[in-house]
Design a protein around this ligand. Sequence first.
Ligand code: BES
Ligand code: MN
Ligand code: ZN
Length: 511
Amino acid sequence: MSHSGTFLMEFSTQTTASAHQIKTAALAVGVYADGQLSAAAELIDRAANGALRAVVKAEFRARPGATLVLRNLPGVTAQRVVLVGLGKREEYCARTHASAEQAFASVCVSALLTEGVSTLAALDIPGTPLRARARTAAIAAGSAAYHYDATFGKPDRDARPKLRKITQVVARADASQAQQGLREGAAIANGMELTRTLGNLPGNICTPTYLGETARKLAREFKSLKVEVLERKQIEALGMGSFLSVARGSDEPPRFIVLRHGGAPATAAKKAKAATGPVVLVGKGITFDSGGISIKPAATMDEMKYDMCGAASVLGTFRALAELELPFEVVGLIAACENMPSGRANKPGDVVTSLSGQTIEILNTDAEGRLVLCDALTYAERFKPSAVIDIATLTGACVVALGGVNTGLFSKDDALADALLAAGRQSLDTAWRMPMDDAYQEQLKSNFADIANIGGPQAGAVTAACFLSRFAKAYPWAHLDIAGTAWKGGKDKGATGRPVPLLTQYLLDRG
Ligand code: BES
Ligand code: MN
Ligand code: ZN
C-alpha cells in the first residue's frame, strides 16, 4: 500500500489579450444571472462573433454554481469554454473578493474534474487585490481536486482528478501579482493535501512512528528543514512525565518531533535575531484517542483517528513555508502518542509530574490532549519564542460552541489574537475568539495536585485552554481548538486541511 499518492497541481498565468487563442482543454469564464458577461466572457464572445451571448440568452440562467460546457466555439482555440454562473452581479460583487474567488474556482474545478480535462484557464473577476484572489483560487482549486485513495485495495482510477494544470488569465500588468498569489496558494494547497491525507489515514497506519517518518521525509525534501525525532528514552530523559503518562497506556511507542525551518544564522546575525525569537507551532498528535480508562462510547469512535490533526496541520504548514522559503525561523513541536486503555494506562485519580514541575491530577483520562501539550509547551521555552501557537482537536465542547465553521481561538495576547483572526479572514479559514478570564481557572482546582486535568461540565473548551495557559507563561501564546474544523463527519467524512491556510497566512503576514 502506498500512502503518498501526492497530487500536486501546477499553476501559471497567461495574459488576457489572447484569451481566445489559449490552447487548453477548457477555459472557464463567469456569466451573471441578468445575462451580463464578465470581462473574460465578453472577450471570448467577441472572438466567437456573438456565439457565447447567444447561448447564454437561449439556455443559461447563470445561477450561482451552475455550469455549461460549450465545445468548438468558432474563433476560440480552447477545446471547451465552460460558462460558470455567478448569480446576480450586484450580489456577486458585494461578496468579499476572497469568497467570490473561492466559489468561482471551486465550481470551475469541480466542473472540470468531471470533464476529465487537464488544463483550466480561469479568467479574472472584477475587483482587487489580485494577489489575494489568485492565492484563494489556487487554494480552492487544490482543495476541490483532493482525492484520497491510499487505503483502497484497488484505487478507482476514474475517480482520480485528471486536472493537473491551472492557468489564470490576467491583464499583463497584473501578471506578477497573480503569479505571487498562485505560488502562495499552491504551497498552501500542497500543505493542506499532506494534512488531509495524514488525518484520513487510519490509526493503524498513521502511528506516532509514521508521523516521525513523515517529518523526516519532509526534511529530506526541503533543504530549509531540520528534524529531530525523539523516542521514548529521550522523552523520559527530558522529564516529560505528563506526556509519557498518556503514551504508557499504548503498545505503540511515542514520538516527540522537533522541526526547524530557517534559523541557524551566522553568529553575528544570530545576536541581532535574538530579539525576535522564532514562532513555535505546537501540534497535538494523538494518533488514536479511545479515551483511555475513561473510555469513549463506540459510536463515531473511529473519528478519533483524527485526533492528530493538530500535528498534521503543523506538518502541512511546514510544507507550505518550506516551499515558500519564508525568510525567518519557525519551530514545530509535535507530541505524538496513542491514548489507550491498558494495565499501564493512566487511571482517574492518578497524579503525574509535568516537565514544568507542576503536578497534575488526572480526573478523566480522556482529557489527554492537554496532558501531552503541556509538556510540549514547556519544551517550547528553550527557543525563546516570539510567539507560540498550539493547534489541537482538544474538546468536544468547542464543537458544541462553534460547530464546523470557526476554529476556537484562545489567547490573552490581543496583538497575537488579532493577527490570527485577520489571517483567518484573509485565507477564508476563520477563527472566533473565546474568553480566557482568570475566573475560569478556579474550575481546575485539585485537592491532591497543583492542577486538575478537567474543569467540570461548564465551559469545557475554555477550561481546557486555561489548563494549557498554566504552562505557557513564558511567551506570547495562543491556542487553536480545531475539534470542529479539522474534519467533517457523516457521509462526507474526511479531513479539511484546516487550519493550514490560517497558519500559513499568519506567517506570510509576519514576513
Ligand atoms: N479528542 C477529544 C476531543 C474531541 C471530541 C474532538 C470529540 C472532537 C470530537 C479530547 O481528547 C477529549 O476527549 N476531550 C474531552 C474532554 C473532557 C473529558 C473534559 C471531551 O471533549 O469530551
Ligand atoms: Mn480524549
Ligand atoms: Zn483527544
